[in-house]
Each structure stands twice: as C-alpha cells, then as structure tokens.
Design a protein around this ligand. Structure first.
Ligand code: ADP
Length: 193
C-alpha cells in the first residue's frame, strides 16, 4: 500500500518545518521532517557521524543512508501506533530532496499535493536561518558559508524534484506571508481532499 502523502518543498528557512508541525497536529495527518530524524541520531552512531559530516558542510547525506533511515523511522512510527497509513496522510518535509530520492520513493508515496514555499529574497531566508541558529541550537545555521551552500544545494538538487511530481499536484505558496496566512493557503488546498 502506498502512503497518501503531502510534500513540502522550499529553500532552507522558507518555513516548511513551522507549517509541517502545525499540519501534524491535525487529526489524520502525520508530520515527518527528515532533518529531525537525522538530528535524533546519537553522535556516537555511525550514521550520526555521517550526518554531522555532511550537514556541517551544507550538503545532503548520501541517498542510500537517507532512505534507509527514513523507512526505518516510518515503520517504527507505524508499529508504535503514531502513524496509521490506512487513514493518515503523511506530511513530508525535507524528503525527497533530489531526483534519485524521488525515484527511490516512487513506489512508496502516493503524492496528493506538493507545496512549493517561494521566497524570492535570499536575504530573508538567510536572516531567518541565522535567528534559528541560536533559538534551535542548529550548528548548520550558524555559519554564513554553510547557509549559502545549503541554498545552492537546494537550487541544484531539490528544485528539479518539483518537475518530477508535475503541475497537477503542485501548488505555489508565498512563503513571505505571515505563518497564519501561509497555513490558510495550504488548508484551502487540503480541505478539498
Ligand atoms: P533545512 O530545511 O534548513 O535545510 P533540514 O532540517 O531539513 O534543514 O536538514 C538539515 C540537514 O540534514 C541537511 O542540510 C542535510 O544535510 C540533511 N538532510 C535532511 N534531509 C535530507 C535528505 N532527504 N537527504 C539528504 N540529506 C538530508
């Protein structure tokens, strides 16, 4: 059975995490942020070390590791009764992050909608990330060079994934709005499901 899924796309700092968390509180929606799954690893595990190595440079963790970890996490959530695939919609944030990951998840995800959080001003994204660095203790947000690399990685690797899913499911969301207005725009779409 494929998972009924909503995908959140957008550059780092665009607000996917904020919206994903809110959506995850609605009954029958289950939020999974791939970055959080990585951050929950312990530093003394092999994958924890691999994660630090790549994320501290602003690069993506290799696909095989990422997809394997993500599958394990989803199965754990199913087994512990937090995620019920037969009646929950999965809200994914941060995965798939390149075309290869999208291919690897082709048989797993039934993508009902994909939201692209747009923010034409990179300075705004950088400002949000720098504020988040202190608030959330995020090493990868603390350094301007790493932030720039994350934004470039997004443009180069993640943006092409939007075409993979195509126009019929894609919705553009103006991420420069207040969180409540971003939420309103998303809810307008998913309320029709
Ligand atoms: P942001 O949205 O700000 O980039 P995330 O919390 O989504 O932050 O991701 C943090 C880091 O975790 C990424 O820079 C990357 O190194 C790693 N990561 C998260 N998701 C993936 C993924 N799907 N594939 C590869 N690496 C990932």
């Amino acid at each position: 059975m494929k998972y009924s899924t909503i995908l959140l796309f957008g550059a780092p700092g665009a607000g996917k995490g904020t919206q994903g968390k809110i959506l995850g509180t609605i009954p029958n929606f289950f939020h999974c942020a791939c970055g959080d799954v990585f951050r929950n690893l312990t530093i003394d595990s092999e994958l924890g070390r691999i994660f630090i190595e790549y994320s501290s440079r602003g690069e993506l963790v290799p696909d095989e590791h990422t997809i394997l970890l993500w599958r394990k996490n989803i199965h754990t959530n199913e087994q512990t009764g937090r995620f019920h695939p037969d009646h929950d919609t999965l809200v994914l944030d941060g995965i798939p992050r390149n075309l290869n990951q999208a291919e690897m998840l082709r048989d797993t995800l039934d993508v009902r909608a994909a939201f692209n959080f747009t923010c034409p001003d990179p300075a705004k994204l950088v400002g949000r990330l720098q504020r988040r660095a202190l608030r959330d203790n995020r090493l990868d947000d603390a350094n301007l060079e790493v932030i720039r690399n994350r934004l470039e990685t997004y443009e180069r690797e993640t943006r092409p994934v939007l075409d993979f899913y195509g126009r019929s499911v894609l919705h553009q969301i103006d991420a420069t709005q207040t969180p409540v207005n971003v939420l309103r725009d998303i809810l307008r779409v998913i309320a029709k499901f």
